[in-house]
Design a protein around this ligand. Structure first.
Ligand code: GLY
Length: 394
């Protein structure tokens, strides 16, 4: 197609690019199955994934990658490896090993729930429901008749007891889904209150966001925002904004509450309007931009997957949809052309230049398993309509 003499990329060419990127990931993942054995990749140092036992918040992403590869290819090698990860998650739940935090949805949506979605395995469904019960233990009642999901630490931890975190939005789909499955509204009610509390207090008036926010433990009265991985308390940590974009869109899917979709769209606009020239985000929107300022490709990958979710809720002729579609195509092409390891057959990761915790000094410019997961999820959604595992299939 040619417009005013300018060669346009056709939809078919774009789809071919996505398929090429997926095929590259499939072969890397086969090699990674052999390299990682029973361990779980987290983020990298010197281009090698740090491999851990199943003991961190990031372990579900490897499982999710394996399930996506299996759904796409139907190749039993991915299935076998994916089932192996779910067995490990079963053991982790049985032993209650390192589950005393809000990240249970990241872990069990992409492992046990994914297995149930794809294979219909009843024991996997039960495992995911048991995980939802574990997440509900983070619920703290406040004496105004409301409550919240405590991010980290024990209930009596003086510093952490009143803290919520924007990342938790991605853990709420496990709760919404548990209500759908069991008919018990308690999970959905908690999730909706948490999403609304996050919308009111972590999203600022200009659609930027705090990473975390503290409340009075007894009364639920708001105290103030604070960062954990961002540049400073008043800054907007890019990945936190990305969790908001995708997370609110998912809360809209489950609840139909239009305020959640509106918030997701506004946060997406903020994100897209604050990108540098190559359309992939710096690690914090307030980090002074310089030649050596780190990017966070994982934040852009999360937003890409989130934009696909937003777009799925908008009419074809909606001008917002046209804007988001255009920005999504630009972001994906930049990720593929400038950040992906396509063609580097020995690479373990799929996306370079992700950052975990810049000021903490942890993997500030590396592969991240969540960046790899969301990049693959976005590709799968765009090229094949495989939507990932945040919600069940009709
Ligand atoms: N949920 C932790 C992170 O995004 O680094």
């Amino acid at each position: 197609m040619s417009t005013n003499g300018v060669q346009q990329t056709t939809d078919m060419q774009v789809n071919e690019l996505y398929i090429q990127a997926i095929e590259d990931i499939l072969s890397k993942t086969l090699m990674n199955i052999d390299r990682f054995e029973t361990r779980f990749p987290h983020a990298s140092i010197d281009e090698k994934y740090i491999l851990n036992d199943n003991d961190d918040w990031t372990n579900g992403f490897w499982s999710g990658i394996l399930w996506l590869c299996y759904e796409y290819s139907q190749d039993e090698r991915y299935l076998k490896a994916a089932e192996g990860t779910v067995a490990s998650f079963r053991q982790r739940l049985d032993q209650q090993f390192n589950l005393d935090h809000h990240d249970i949805g990241f872990l069990y949506s992409l492992s046990a729930k994914a297995q149930w979605i794809i294979t219909g395995d009843e024991s996997a469904r039960e495992l995911a429901l048991a995980a939802a019960d574990v997440l509900m233990k983070r619920w703290r009642n406040t004496n105004d008749g409301s409550g919240y999901i405590q991010a980290w630490g024990a209930k009596d931890n003086e510093h952490e007891a009143g803290r919520i975190i924007i990342d938790c939005l991605l853990n709420l789909p496990l709760l919404y889904w548990a209500s759908e499955q069991t008919g018990d509204p308690k999970y959905r009610e908690a999730a909706e209150i948490q999403a609304e509390r996050t919308r009111r207090y972590l999203v600022r008036g200009d659609d930027s966001s705090y990473h975390t926010f503290f409340f009075d433990v007894q009364t639920g009265i708001p105290i103030g925002g604070a960062t954990h991985q961002g540049y400073n308390n008043g800054s907007t940590w890019t990945r936190g904004q990305a969790w908001g974009v995708y997370g609110f869109a998912l809360s809209y899917r489950y609840t139909g509450n239009a305020a959640f979709l509106e918030t997701s769209k506004r946060m997406a606009r903020y994100f897209l309007e604050h990108l540098p020239e190559d359309s992939v985000a710096y690690w914090d929107f307030n980090a002074p931009p310089a030649d050596d300022t780190y990017r966070d490709s994982s934040a852009s990958a999360i937003v890409a997957a989130g934009l696909v979710e937003i777009i799925s809720h908008l009419d074809a002729a909606d001008p917002d949809r046209l804007y988001f579609e255009e920005m999504l195509a630009i972001s994906m092409q930049s990720l593929i052309n400038n950040y992906a390891t396509i063609g580097d057959d020995a690479a373990e990761g799929f996306l370079k230049h992700g950052s975990y915790h810049v000021l903490g000094g942890f993997s500030p410019d590396d592969y991240t398993i969540w960046g790899d997961y969301y990049y693959l999820e976005a590709l799968m959604r765009l090229a094949k309509g495989i939507p990932g595992y945040w919600y069940g299939r009709k």
